[in-house]
Every structure is written in C-alpha cells, then in structure tokens.
Design a protein around this ligand. Structure first.
Ligand SMILES: Nc1ncnc2c1ncn2[C@@H]1O[C@H](COP(=O)(O)OP(=O)(O)OP(=O)(O)O)[C@@H](O)[C@H]1O
Length: 244
C-alpha cells in the first residue's frame, strides 16, 4: 500500500437483514485530510453503512468484511473501542445531552479527550455561536446549534476520522450551508478526515472532495466531485430541474 494509506477504509463490507442485502460495498476509502460524501436516497443503505463502520447494529444483521482505521483492522472491535481509537460519529440529529448546558456538554467530552483533542478555544473559534450559548441547555438550542455542539463534542474528544450522519436533517438551508462550510474548514485548515453521509446531495456536492452515490446498498457511481457534478445519474436524480 502507498505511504498515504487511508485513514478509514472499508473492504468487502456486506450487511444483510435476513434475505435482504442492505449493503454490498467492495471498497470505500477516506484519505487523510479528505472530505468524502456518501449520498443516496431514503433506504439506500446510508445508516447501514454508518452502523457497520462503527460496529453497531439495529436488529440482527449479518455483517462481513473489513473496516480499518489507520491501516489497523478494527472489524472485530466493539463500538466503544473504535470510538476510543478516534473513529467518531456525529449521529443524525446530533448527540448532545438535552439537560446539560453547552459548557457541561463540552466538559463531558473533555474528560475522555485524547492527544488529538481540540482545545475549548479552538472549538469556540470554529463555532463562535456556542460561546454565546454557554449556559443554555442542549434542549434549548436550535437545530443548527445542536449540530454545532455535537461536532464540537467530537472535536473535544480528538477524532482520527469523523463520520457525520445526515447533519443537514431538520436544518434551514442557510444553516446547512454554514455547518457544512465549517466542516470544510476543519478539513482544509486542520487536515481532519471526514465522511459525510448525506441525503442532501445538492448541499454535499458543494463541499466534498469526492462523492460516492449509493443505491439499494450498492455503489452506483463515485469519483472526484468535479466529475460527479456532470454525471447524468447525479444530475437526473438530484440536481436537474424537478429533481429531489
Ligand atoms: N434493523 C433493520 N432490520 C431490517 N431491515 C433493515 C434494518 N435497518 C435497515 N434495513 C433495511 O436496509 C436497507 C437500507 O436501510 P438504511 O436505513 O441503511 O437506509 P438509509 O439510506 O440510511 O435510509 P434513511 O435515509 O431513510 O435512513 C433498507 O432496505 C432497510 O429496509
């Protein structure tokens, strides 16, 4: 393998629920300092992929294949051990404690911070809005602020690879742009590696380096975003007039 081994890599990753093959992914690689978008419609297999990467499951799927973090096979490790090694997920809706304040939410992450952790000041420089909301509880925040706090919590832990599951859901379009642009900055300025799993293809296409389009658990198309923008399958389904 080349010197630039992927930070996160999945190989022959297959997930089946009973007779239903929900995911069949020959290979997915996230390079260091890369922002890769995995996009697809409802039921395409996005949540199944996220769960398989994190080693978590709803129901009783049959999972096979390999997941590697920094070249190390983590397929057999439980979720908490993958997280401890720096594979961090910001789940749909953002994971924040509704009854704790912003300060307390961030402190809860700081307790388990690794050497890769961002400082509180760094986090507030990225999300100035959070500094203005220090004493608000998670439950009092807007959807956009909750999403920012969830990302901030992950940064305080110190990610090797950050998986964002549908960060745009429930957010006003202006906030979607703001959150995704901040993610782009993290990649550009800090070299963070981010897998952005999104249904909102229009928004994702504006910030990612590469796009992977999945449908019924399989890769339909993938490539650098510049080429994918012109892919008829993307245009027809997601970007053209009358598309979703
Ligand atoms: N716990 C489960 N038990 C049985 N089948 C499941 C389960 N979870 C997902 N599936 C099936 O796997 C396929 C992929 O679903 P998945 O939830 O991964 O899609 P998705 O792209 O995340 O969609 P959405 O955006 O709606 O969450 C679907 O056919 C779904 O019915």
């Amino acid at each position: 393998m080349s010197a630039a081994a992927p930070v996160l890599e999945a190989e022959s990753l297959r997930v089946a629920y009973g007779g239903n093959q929900a995911l069949d992914l020959p290979r997915l690689a996230l390079g260091a300092g890369e922002l890769v978008g995995v996009v697809g419609a409802n039921g395409a297999g996005k949540s199944t992929l996220v769960n398989a990467l994190l080693g978590w499951s709803r129901g009783r799927p049959r999972v096979s294949g390999r997941v590697r973090l920094d070249g190390e096979d983590i397929s057999a490790l439980p979720t908490h051990e993958r997280v401890r090694r720096g594979l961090l997920l910001v789940p749909e809706g953002g994971a924040v404690f509704a009854r704790l304040t912003v300060t307390e939410n961030l402190a809860a992450s700081a307790d388990r911070a690794t050497g890769r952790a961002y400082t509180e000041d760094e986090v507030f420089a990225l999300f100035p809005r959070l500094r203005e909301r220090l004493h608000h509880t998670g439950g009092q925040l807007s959807g956009g602020e909750r999403q920012m706090l969830a990302i901030a919590r992950a940064l305080r832990l110190g990610p090797r690879a950050l998986v964002l599951d549908e960060p745009s859901i429930g957010l006003a379009p202006r906030l979607v742009v703001s959150v995704l642009e901040t993610v782009r900055r993290l990649v550009d300025e800090r070299g963070l590696s981010v897998l952005l799993v999104e249904q909102n293809v229009r928004a994702a296409i504006e910030v990612v380096d590469r796009l992977v389009l999945i449908e019924r658990g399989r890769v339909l198309a993938e490539g650098p975003v510049a080429a994918m923008r012109d892919d008829p399958r993307i245009i027809q389904a997601y970007l053209g007039e009358g598309a979703a």
